[in-house]
Design a binder for this molecule. Structure first.
Ligand SMILES: Cc1ncc(COP(=O)(O)O)c(C=O)c1O
Length: 343
């Protein structure tokens, strides 16, 4: 099967498994895992932050970041289709006691003016306190869209004026960086906290990291223990993440090229709704409304031809490229699509 459901389905390569086998380990709850410590220093450096801390998942990283930067009763501003809103089980309001103000962005991008208008005024007892803006880079539900730096800096200006913090869900920040040529540190410098994930395009089996100031990471560390996220000889996983940073960053370009190749081919197929110019990185959504089929029809017919993908909504299908598929696989998928849709 060619599996285009997600970039999270990748399996560790032989080199990565060897790095995991060879990893020096210790008890990370006592700060004694040398491989985790090495990874934390490396990621803090990469993101230009004082400190970084290992967490088991992107969801945990987002949750602990929001918790560290807010108080119960606060309101936080997020793009309406963001992962925190859509796919994190309502954990943010439940665990942090905050309410979410959801702003519909253009391809997942909120403008500084939208954010400014959403911030609650102070001095009115009816209003919650706005304390945080979260930005997702790249944006999962919006074709892996890259957040333009101009919007980020504009929103930072609003946040400075209003006294708000900023968190970046950078699960796929390395995709954004490779595609845009903007360094991870340049993106990160506008945010109090930044997460990155190793288990997506980078191809590791698990693990994410939160980076920020020493003080904020102390708070994140405490909350990590509180949610049961303190792990012990987790250097075996950190070794995979280090390997991924050494070997799997530059190759993200191949995933982006494969996604574009797929999008260009889909744009030529009967009734398929897609604009290839909307594909910034490795995530490809297309609409099947005018094909006479539902998303589920398409997914089943493609699975019968050996290609797996996800229906997202009744009429939308998602394909994601990753290190487990090469250009030949994409061409095989394109031929299967041609059978399903006709050219
Ligand atoms: C943008 C984004 N943020 C956060 C997450 C959550 O990561 P995890 O599945 O490791 O909890 C994902 C997962 O796909 C994601 O796409």
């Amino acid at each position: 099967m060619i599996d285009l459901r997600s970039d999270t389905i990748t399996k560790p390569t032989e080199g990565m498994r060897k790095a995991m086998y060879d990893a020096e380990v210790g008890d990370d709850v006592y700060y004694e895992d040398p491989t985790v410590n090495r990874l934390q220093e490396r990621v803090a450096d990469l993101l230009g932050k004082q400190s970084a801390i290992w967490v088991s998942s992107g969801t945990m990283g987002n949750l602990l970041s929001v918790k560290a930067l807010t108080l119960p009763g606060d309101e936080i501003i997020l793009e309406a289709d963001s992962h925190i809103v859509y796919y994190e089980g309502g954990g943010t309001p439940m665990f942090c006691g905050v309410q979410m103000r959801m702003i519909p962005g253009e391809r997942g991008v909120m403008t500084p003016m939208q954010v400014e208008h959403a911030v609650r005024g102070t001095g009115n007892a009816h209003f919650p306190r706005t304390s945080l803006v979260c930005i997702e880079n790249t944006h999962n539900r919006m074709n892996g869209a890259i957040q333009p730096l101009d919007d980020i800096t504009g929103i930072r200006k609003v946040c400075d004026e209003k006294g708000l913090a900023m968190h970046m869900d950078g699960a796929r920040l390395m995709n954004a960086s490779v595609a845009s040529g903007i360094s991870p540190g340049e993106y990160a410098k506008y945010f109090e906290t930044v997460t990155i994930c190793f288990s997506k395009g980078l191809g590791a089996p698990m693990g994410s990291m939160v980076a920020g100031s020493e003080e904020t990471m102390h708070t994140v560390h405490r909350y990590r223990k509180l949610v049961g996220g303190g792990q012990r000889q987790v250097g075996v996983a950190a070794a995979a993440a280090l390997y991924a940073l050494d070997h799997h960053v530059e190759r993200l370009r191949e995933d982006h090229e494969n996604a574009r190749r797929l999008a260009l081919a889909l744009a030529d197929m009967k009734g398929v709704g897609i604009d290839p110019d909307d594909i910034d990185t490795n995530i490809v959504y297309f609409d099947v409304t005018d094909t006479g089929k539902t998303a589920l029809d398409v997914v089943v017919e493609m699975a019968n031809q050996g290609v797996m993908m996800l229906p997202l909504g009744d009429m939308s299908v998602r394909c994601v490229t990753h290190l487990g598929v090469d250009t030949k696989d994409i061409d095989t998928a394109i031929n299967a699509f041609a059978e399903v849709f006709g050219r």
